[in-house]
Design a binder for this molecule. Structure first.
Ligand code: NAD
Ligand code: UGA
Length: 458
């Protein structure tokens, strides 16, 4: 098949890999290449064991890899050779200097822009796919236009809204695709090129356009709103525990109001993942930068409640288990920050494990996909932490089981068998409210859900 467009993506991570695999899958006449500075990541994308676990991803990568999807290490050649360049590098929270622990660290994005400038021998469309502070495109444009000559660069913003664990579904059937551009003839032409790619599979009415600044800001705001809902319901879960109300019943009643909607109202141990916290911090930093202190404080509280929720969870464990966890064996079921991913970045399970170890508990961690990442995250921790694949073996001889990730697998375990293998009295803390609490109580567990009355035999 004749190749009609040549697309490059710089950054082969959780976003770059799956989103480019989807373009290659939907556009067999486009050649899509993904590059990364990390050679092991590229090797993994070219292997049988992809570096990212996402339901359905294996299938589309296998269908396209080597045909019109390529994972390569020769970044400079690829910049020369492609016309449309997505930038999907990481934008973590800055850990040093001005804005440390708040602002986004833009060094990777800037290095990418400079590398594009250095190696490009023809005009390019450069697309921000990474999540960036509003006005980053201006810096990109300034760098890319710093060399005088005939080559032109048009910068677009096309933030990614996929969630991990459902990336393939989200990419295949997005609620919307957002494209921000300059209102110049060059900007509008570049925008049309990108629209043409997405219309291969996304209905036109779901492809929305805006100014670059609105597009950059919308991405931060979308994540802030989602996180805010989780913090809102989690804050109310604390009140439920004091008043005998049931958080799932409250969420159902509230969510049935069409103006509110029923999604993102599941109380738990707080949100994790690589983006909610960093994007809210970024938003808070921006508001402070523009002197909007009250607005900054409003969003900062979304993060505060998130920390409060996981602290509350550990305190609840400590007090329910008679005030001491020293040398008690605690089994953690689930270390990923959510189900259907092996990603553990900012997972509440990490913070909870740290706190349990600080209380001198012996911790056994099980997870169907995230044990390798869990072991890496906890490699520096001083304390007794073990990693066990089989959830039944992990729970055996434990004083308590904690459900920290909403894996479907944990709904279907034989809790009678688990109960029999545990030290009594056996404690069950359901940090995701996914179990049948009454049934677990009947088996013999002392059951502690989130935002509902505990069921205890004492
Ligand atoms: P990631 O860390 O998984 O991947 C980023 C990749 O970029 C890494 O492999 C890194 O080696 C590579 N990289 C960094 N600098 C480079 C350079 N100069 N040249 C080539 N490669 C370079 O990150 P991610 O989770 O894919 O996130 C990427 C961006 O997308 C972030 O801005 C994030 O906020 C945003 N985002 C993430 C998600 C998600 O679900 N993870 C969803 C939407 C948006
Ligand atoms: C989130 C957004 O949902 C995506 O739209 C966005 O593209 C992405 O961030 C990003 O920019 O990285 P993700 O973090 O992958 O996606 O996963 P979510 O499904 O949003 O879950 C985030 C966290 O909130 C998880 O820890 C999850 O367990 C928790 N959560 C979510 C709840 O505790 N309750 C809920 O009702 C929903």
């Amino acid at each position: 098949m004749a190749i009609r467009k040549k697309i490059l993506c710089i950054g082969a991570g959780y976003v770059g890999g799956p989103s480019m695999a989807m373009i290659a899958h939907k556009c067999p006449d486009y050649r899509v290449t993904v590059v990364d500075i990390n050679p092991e990541r590229i090797d993994a994308w070219n292997s049988e064991q992809l570096p990212v676990f996402e339901p359905g991803l294996d299938t589309i990568v296998k269908k396209t890899r080597g045909k019109n999807l390529f994972f390569r290490k020769d970044i400079e050649n690829q910049i020369r050779d492609n016309d449309i360049i997505f930038v999907s590098v990481n934008t973590p929270t800055k850990s040093y200097g001005a804005g440390a622990h708040m602002a986004a660290d833009l060094q990777y994005v800037e290095k990418t822009a400079r590398q594009i400038l250095k190696n490009a021998q023809s005009s390019k469309i450069v697309i921000e796919k990474s999540t960036l502070p509003v006005k980053t495109a201006l810096a990109m444009e300034k760098i890319l236009s710093s060399r005088k000559g005939k080559i032109r660069f048009d910068v677009l913003s096309n933030p990614e809204f996929m969630a991990e664990g459902t990336a393939v579904k989200d990419l295949e059937n997005p609620d919307r695709v957002l494209i921000g551009s300059r209102e110049t003839p060059g900007g509008l032409k570049a925008r049309d090129h990108l629209i043409k790619i997405y219309t291969r599979w996304v209905p036109l009415n779901r492809i929305i356009t805006s100014s670059i600044w609105s597009s950059e800001l919308s991405k931060l705001v979308a994540n802030a709103f989602l996180a805010q809902r989780v913090s809102s319901i989690n804050s109310i879960s604390a009140l439920c525990e004091k008043t005998d109300a049931d958080i799932d019943e409250v969420a159902r009643a509230v969510g049935m109001d069409k103006r509110i909607g029923d999604r993102f109202l599941k109380a738990g141990i707080g949100f994790g993942g690589s983006c909610f916290k960093k994007d809210i911090l970024n938003l808070v930093y921006l508001c402070n930068h523009y002197g909007l202190r009250d607005v900054a404080a409003y969003w900062e509280n979304v993060l505060r409640i998130n920390e409060y929720q996981r602290e509350r969870f550990v305190n609840h464990i400590l007090h329910s288990m008679f005030g001491t966890l020293s040398e008690k064996k605690i089994c953690i079921l689930g270390f990923a920050f959510k189900a259907d991913t092996g990603d553990t970045r900012e997972s509440p399970a990490f913070y909870i494990t740290q706190k349990l170890v600080a209380e001198q508990a012996d911790v056994v961690i099980s997870d169907p996909r995230a044990l390798k990442n869990a072991a890496a995250d906890l490699s520096g921790i001083k304390g007794n932490v073990k990693f066990v694949d089989d959830p039944y073996r992990a729970a055996a001889d434990c004083h308590a089981v904690l459900i920290l990730t909403d894996w479907d697998l944990y709904r279907r375990l034989d809790y009678r068998k688990i109960y029999r293998s545990m030290i009594k009295p056996a404690f069950l803390f359901d940090g995701r409210n996914i179990l049948d609490h009454q049934q677990c109580f009947s088996i013999g567990f002392n059951v502690y859900p989130i935002g509902k009355r505990a069921l205890t035999h004492f």
